[in-house]
Every structure is written in C-alpha cells, then in structure tokens.
Write a protein that binds this ligand. Sequence first.
Ligand SMILES: N[C@@H](CCC(=O)N[C@@H](CS)C(=O)NCC(=O)O)C(=O)O
Length: 221
Amino acid sequence: MSLKLIVGNKTYSSWSLRPWLALSAAGIAFEEEVVPLDTDAFRARLGALGAAGRVPVLVDGDALVWESLAIIDWAAERHPGLWPSDPRARALARSIATEMHAGFSAVRSELPMNLARPAEPRALSPKGEADVARILGIWGQARARFGAGGPFLFGGFSAADAMFAPVAARFHTYQVPLDAVGAAYVAAIHAEPNFVRWRTAALAEPWVVAEDEIDWPLVKR
Ligand SMILES: N[C@@H](CCC(=O)N[C@@H](CS)C(=O)NCC(=O)O)C(=O)O
C-alpha cells in the first residue's frame, strides 16, 4: 500500500518533523513529499486534499491522517513501542506530548524553528521564559522517573521525543540557558540518527527566509 507523508520545508516546519521522526523511528517505510510553505503550490496541494490545509498530512492509500499527534498515533498503532510500555510512563508520555501539541505558544512564536539559523541567543518574554521553565520541568520529571534506559525522555526514543525534538532544536538555535538534564537531552536529540538525516536535508533545501527572522514569504536562495 502506498504511504506518503506530506511535509513543509524541513528547515522551518516543526510540526512536520514530529511525525516524520515517529514514522522513521518506528521503521515504517514511507514516501515523503516536501511542499514549500506559503506558496501557491502549497495552497493548491493542501487545499485540494480535504484535510486541514496544513502540513503534515499522511496519505495512507485513500485515507488521510492530519495533525501531527494523530499521525504519531497512527504510527504507534503499527509499532506499539513508540509509546513507553510501562503504563505510568506511557501516561506521562501521552500527557506531555499532548501538552506540547496544545501549548507553549510563546516558545513557538518567539523561537521559531529555523535549522539553518546560526546558533545565537535571543531574549524571551516572561511568557516565553515560563514556557522554557515548564519544558525543562517536564524533561526533568520524565528523565528522573523513566529515563534510566537511554538518553531520551523515557530512555529509548519515543513518541514524546518526536513531539519535543523541534523544541530541542529551538533551544540549541537560540542558545537557551538550560539545566544539565536539558542540555544533555538537547545533545541527545541532535545526535539521534533520524534527526540528523532531517537536519542534513534541511540544510540542503533551496529556500531561505528573506531576513534573519522567520517571516514569509520564503525566497529562493
Ligand atoms: N496542529 C497542527 C499544526 C500544523 C501546522 O500549523 N503546520 C504549519 C507548518 S509547520 C502549516 O501548515 N502552516 C501553513 C498554514 O497554516 O497555512 C499539527 O499538529 O499538525
């Protein structure tokens, strides 16, 4: 059966990165289609699909799955190891993954994912600082309670890591001050082979933003 994940520019599309990592970690073979954000081609392609008009979208034969967390759950149904096996760990993993999906708007808007941006600090608003503190608290809790088996939130790479990987990328890009657990986790995400593949492909993309800020429209390099 044909399986395709439609994603945005790898440099910028943090929501696309999440299910792409989960499908890759689950060992699910899929084709990918990169559609540059904020282009006529994007509007035509995503508008015609019948999903939410945004990426990511998984095309599974004649079925569509959209919303990053729903695609991750689609992958987890086929590869149950994507969520931690311990029920208490799994409950925490689902809680923090959902919190990520629904929240942290200040970090998302003030520190937009830009894998091509040279690492450089950026000041945050009080709300952004609060988001960072909450994320570090979440990471610390998961690592302390369930992280003994490996460098990720629940030891081995899980759906929760797929959800937080773009945040790790932002914390690196914007040189956010981190505690020891956070710094080690950001390093672990940057060393994860699928993340490395995505980032390498991002750096080879033919689009950059017009200025240093994430701001549309994208322009050709
Ligand atoms: N809640 C959605 C967010 C998807 C989203 O906002 N995707 C962005 C790219 S990262 C997008 O498609 N933006 C284009 C638009 O909104 O027109 C998810 O989890 O998949």
